[in-house]
Design a protein around this ligand. Sequence first.
Ligand code: SF4
Length: 370
Amino acid sequence: MPKARVHPPHIAALVLDWYDRHHRSLPWRSPPGTPPPEPYRVWLSEVMLQQTTVPAVKPYFEKFLNLWPSVRDLANAPVDQVMEAWAGLGYYARARNLHKCAKAVSEQHGGVFPNNEAGLLELPGIGPYTAAAIAAIAFDEPAAVLDGNIERVLARVFAVETTLPQARPELRKLAAQETPQKRPGDFAQGMMDLGATVCTPKSPDCLLCPLQARCEGFKRSIAETLPRKAAKAARPVRHTIAFLLQRAEDGAVLLRRRPPKGLLGGMLEVPSAPWRDTPWASGAALEHAPTETDWLMLNGDAVHVFTHFELRIGAMLGRVTAREAAKLDGQWQQPQEAALPTVMKKMLGLLPSMDEPKSTKSRRGGRVRS
Ligand code: SF4
């Protein structure tokens, strides 16, 4: 017979008490006991925090609030400007959806976010997690919030041994069961903080944990092995050659805008050969060069890891005069000034300084186009 799960008494009071004393101060939060933060701030931070860490998000959150203090301001901004402000934060579809959502709130809801989970879920780019988090934190609705930190704490306290993602419905039920009617937003934030600072993925600090006496995972000495995860498949590798084309007079580089849909949609890019499964020979890569010039294969290379694949980047350097540059499609920017996704910054990182002699390069690419 399967062992019946032991349900410890509800954990909310312990979590709230701990949160009152140990909460993290974050720019998008209101401290416990004060009025809830504006929904705009909660929404912005929650969208930014998906797939990104708190330290990485803080400067972006502040930059966005300075540029666009309200959801209407964000809605009125040109989407390219929003994408550029987002550059470096990754997962660029989020920026596009952020802008769409701001427009929907501004145009269909008079600039006011719906004040409940169901209404929030109707907005573009807001999924079940974000809707629950905004409803709980900004509107005090007892919505069940389940992010990675909360999943881990619940899986350990209730010793859920089912592998993720199959365990998610069970964890969602537990989140709903534990969420209190009073202070649901603080409870969710308390669970997030507990997961981020005490019940960490490796070496949880159980001796400092307010839930230790209720934690089945701790009692059974399996906490650190939870939540269980399916073995990850090896990440495929793709290859490209970046074409670093410089304007000889001032060192500006050629950048282009990617198509609006797809990976890094709408962001600026360094022109590159198609990202494919096999490495490029320089001759074949040059078929994709943005112009004819003397292309030099550079010695360095770079790697960028996306969620679903790893990109290995080689680079070729070309230089053109201002007169030649003016004939090419795209825009010319100083490398250090361009607002670019991290992968594109890595490509530009392969650029030698303007004074570096060309002879340091390994090989000479030919003129391939007229
Ligand atoms: Fe996590 Fe340990 Fe606390 Fe259990 S006792 S919730 S494993 S930190």
